[in-house]
Write a protein that binds this ligand. Sequence first.
Ligand SMILES: [Zn+2]
Length: 75
Amino acid sequence: MIQHEKIHFKQQIEMLFLFFYFWYITEFLIRLVIHKNVDKAYRNISFEREAYHHEQDDNYLFTRKKFRWIHFIKG
Ligand SMILES: [Zn+2]
């Protein structure tokens, strides 16, 4: 598993999977309205921003605080 997917897995666990997908889709739709661009909407989902931002850091999941993705909701 690559780091990006590992980060998503941690997010899914803390969101009990169901809420992860619920919020993922909800945030995507909100951002789609804002950006009017599918790729931009996807890239700016807070789960994705956290994963992209830290995907090069192999130690990230050892130091990551729970619900860290919330910090990525705002730019
Ligand atoms: Zn991703």
